[in-house]
Design a protein around this ligand. Structure first.
Ligand code: NAD
Length: 398
């Protein structure tokens, strides 16, 4: 079929197989252009490996370090008359490229929160790799079925304590308006922490450790966000921020468990970027559009792949100083949080409106990047040509 973007609010319900493959190839090309990084972990498990930061966290060790990667994600395969999800096509393309380069790459598609998928991953590690040297935890999900209680927790993106009114943008239509978000209930806070907090990360690490598949000295990293006061009410001081605090405290508990073998758990605070997860957060896409304008102007803009290359090459590689902040976190948001960047964004914020959105912000760049997440707008892809939505996952033959 001929596959075109169908944007519904903050998601695109179609995805283009060749476009997604081209997007993955661009990221591989970037990593190759930057060169190899010495001493990267040889066997890497990436949980949430199919899009955004997790996909980049699979591509960098593979193509800068020759690492074997095992990827876990929750995606939909295409059918004859229905597109698969972008993460499915990305992962199939990644595997093909990795196998083509002689690298081990296997993927497990299923609910990472479940005990069954954890056991499937452990069995795959035992069968193929013996152990893993690093675990990247990069899940972003709206819901979690708790494996022990059976309860289904849904995350919400709300302020805590009081309602919050702020500007937001409908990124599809380019309309700036005010949105009021009601304060979350205690239950909503608890549910968001259950989905996006640290409990599942700890369950993963405990299960891997109990099965003996963590190599001595194994490291693990999960991703967080802080951001400026403009977004604090909805992000850092909101329900999702509470979950991130929980994730950050899980890192300390995990480090205590891993330390006896020389391992550690770290949280990396990353930059705000257009991904499927971030586009669902009210207010944040307007902030990102302004941020992109300012950082591109200064020449300091990075996407997921640039961020994760910098993480592995300049923060986590053996022998480099991870430059932890006072709370023990890696700060890849250092360039975003620079005074010159935040000062410029804060100056634009009160001025931005529908009429001047194109001039003051990088809404065009936002929209293009959003479509690229689904494989649209990539150079060299013929979007008028017939495309088969059925794309096999090479490792599914295992
Ligand atoms: P994303 O939506 O691009 O990726 C989410 C990944 O999780 C996908 O691979 C998806 O398949 C997987 N996933 C979701 N539910 C799953 C389930 N039940 N089982 C298995 N896999 C599942 O998101 P992202 O923006 O790359 O976010 C990844 C992490 O980075 C999150 O912790 C997020 O908070 C953090 N982060 C994001 C930003 C940003 O601006 N995007 C900034 C800083 C930190």
């Amino acid at each position: 079929m001929i596959i075109k973007p169908k944007v519904r609010g903050f998601i695109c319900v179609t995805a283009h197989p060749q476009g997604c493959a081209a997007h993955v190839q661009q990221q591989i090309d970037y990593v190759r252009s930057k060169g190899a990084v010495k001493g990267l972990p040889g066997r890497v498990l990436v949980i949430g490996a199919s899009t955004g930061y997790g996909l980049a966290s699979r591509i960098v060790p593979a193509f800068a370090g020759g690492s074997a990667t095992l990827g876990v994600f929750f995606e939909r395969a295409g059918e004859a008359d229905r597109c698969g999800s972008a993460g499915w096509y990305n992962s199939a393309a990644f595997e093909r490229a990795a196998h083509g380069a002689g690298l081990y790459a296997r993927s497990i598609n299923g609910d990472a929160y479940s005990d069954a998928v954890k056991q499937e991953v452990i069995a795959a590690i035992k069968a193929d790799l013996g152990q893993v040297d690093a675990v990247v935890y990069s899940l972003a999900s709206p819901r979690r079925a708790h494996p022990k209680t059976g309860a289904v927790h849904k995350s919400t993106l709300k302020p805590i304590g009081a309602a919050f009114t702020a500007k937001t943008v409908d990124t599809d239509r380019g309309l700036v308006s005010e949105v009021t978000l009601e304060a979350a209930s205690e239950q909503e806070v608890a549910d968001t922490v259950a989905v996006m907090g640290g409990e599942d990360w700890e369950m993963w690490m405990d299960a891997l450790s109990a099965a003996g598949v963590l190599a001595p000295g194994a490291q693990t990293v999960a991703y967080s966000y802080i951001g400026p006061d403009l977004t604090w009410a909805i992000y850092r001081q909101g329900t999702i921020g509470r979950a991130k605090e929980d994730l950050e405290s899980a890192a300390q508990r995990l480090t205590a468990k891993l330390a006896p073998t020389g391992g550690r758990a770290l949280v990396s605070v990353n930059k705000a970027l257009v991904t499927q997860a971030s586009s669902a957060i009210p207010v944040v896409p307007l902030y990102i559009s302004l941020l992109y304008k300012v950082m591109k102007g200064l020449g300091t803009h990075e996407g997921c792949i640039e961020q994760i290359y910098r993480l592995l090459a300049e923060r986590l590689a053996p022998g480099v100083d991870p430059q932890l902040d006072g709370a023990g976190r890696v700060r890849l948001d250092d360039w975003e949080m620079r005074e010159e960047v935040q000062g410029a964004v804060a100056k634009l914020w009160p001025e931005v409106a529908t009429e001047n959105l194109g001039a003051l912000s990088d809404i065009k760049g936002y929209q293009e990047e959003f479509l690229r997440l689904f494989g649209f707008g990539l150079a060299g892809v013929d979007y008028e040509a017939e495309s088969d939505p059925v794309v096999s996952m090479p490792s599914a033959a295992h």
